[in-house]
Design a binder for this molecule. Structure first.
Ligand code: RBF
Ligand code: MG
Length: 309
């Protein structure tokens, strides 16, 4: 798969016809995957390159100054798109100048001239161009004018509601990680480097934990979770604490994982944590002994949950 962010490089790879879908794809959830399978299927039939056009930063961030924490950071998003069968990702820098193109200018300049789109599929709520004035009907008309075909994909419903990135974010922030799984088609995950914590886990509690360096990524509601911990494609059972360690009077949010039956040094390695089920709220204990007793129980609960998963 090729990832391009630079317009000059995009010009260099030439004018092969592309089948295109456009969007932010935060989460690469089952709704997104409906679009991705459509673009891949049409690309095959029409002998085009299955391509995703996306923007960074998120247009809303540029236009309104705010955007919620991301479900899938860029690197994970690209990996997931590749797994789906996307062969080219074009990630354009989005700025105020870009936002000022009218719907037709955007289509002509980027989709037709730059990317040579022969087929475009968009979601049910797709809008484009200055003031979001372009919609599916306009895209269809422009397709007739510039020589590409279009289609639109319906939303995907699960449990009576549309699958959307916002819905997924809300569930994660409520700690309902079980409910998120069918929407994402996988467990909610965070990824980061293992950094040095306060050293209390190993030395005081005798329950070592790997502290994750948090990137700008959505973190589940504070609490204790049964998790899988993934290191270089190897998966371990784990129990995670997301929180402030009130027993020790910390005030900074941390994500730490105790990996079951494991005693290797993994500082500076990358760890991916898959949140399977929330076990309890984080609490302030009146002694370290009590905290330790509770964590040992959490470990057994996590083991049970993961055994039946
Ligand atoms: N710290 C708390 O202050 N309250 C808790 O309820 C709590 N639960 C935890 C549960 C698990 C499974 C783990 C691994 C840690 C927990 N901690 C909790 C964090 C603990 O204070 C921390 O691991 C040490 O301070 C070392 O960083
Ligand atoms: Mg994530």
């Amino acid at each position: 798969m090729i990832i391009l962010g630079n317009i000059e490089l995009i010009k260099e790879i030439g004018l092969k016809g592309r089948a295109l879908t456009i969007g932010n794809f935060d989460g690469v959830h089952v709704g997104h995957r409906a679009l991705l399978s459509k673009v891949i299927e049409e690309a095959k039939q029409k002998h085009l390159t299955p391509t995703v056009l996306t923007f960074n930063p998120h247009p809303l961030k540029v236009l309104t100054g705010q955007y919620p924490p991301v479900i899938t950071p860029l690197k994970q998003k690209f990996e997931l798109l590749e797994q789906e069968g996307i062969e080219l990702i074009v990630c354009l820098a989005f700025d105020k100048q870009f936002a000022s193109y009218t719907a037709e200018e955007f289509v002509k300049k980027y989709l037709v001239d730059l990317l040579n789109a022969k087929y475009i599929v968009v979601g049910y709520d797709y809008r484009f161009g200055k003031d979001r004035k372009g919609d599916f009907n306009l895209l269809k008309k422009l397709g007739e004018k510039y020589g590409f075909s279009v289609s639109q994909v319906d939303p995907v419903y699960i449990d009576g509601d549309v699958v959307s990135s916002t819905r997924i974010r809300n569930l994660v922030q409520q700690g309902k990680v079980r409910k998120v799984r069918p929407l994402l088609g996988r467990y909610y995950q965070v990824f980061g480097e293992v950094i040095h914590g306060h050293k209390r886990g190993g030395e005081i509690l005798n329950i070592p934990t790997a502290n994750l360096e948090l990137i700008d990524e959505l973190v589940p509601k504070p609490g204790v979770y049964a998790v899988y911990a993934e290191l270089d494609n190897e998966r371990f059972l784990g129990v995670a604490n997301v929180g402030y360690n009130p027993t020790f009077g910390n005030n900074k949010l941390s994500v730490e994982v105790h990996i079951l039956d494991f005693n290797k040094n993994i500082y500076q390695r990358d760890l991916r944590v898959h949140f399977v089920e929330r076990i309890r709220d984080e609490k302030k204990f009146s002694s370290i002994e009590e905290l330790k007793k509770q964590i040992l129980k959490d470990i057994e609960i996590a083991r049970e949950i993961l055994k039946n998963d």
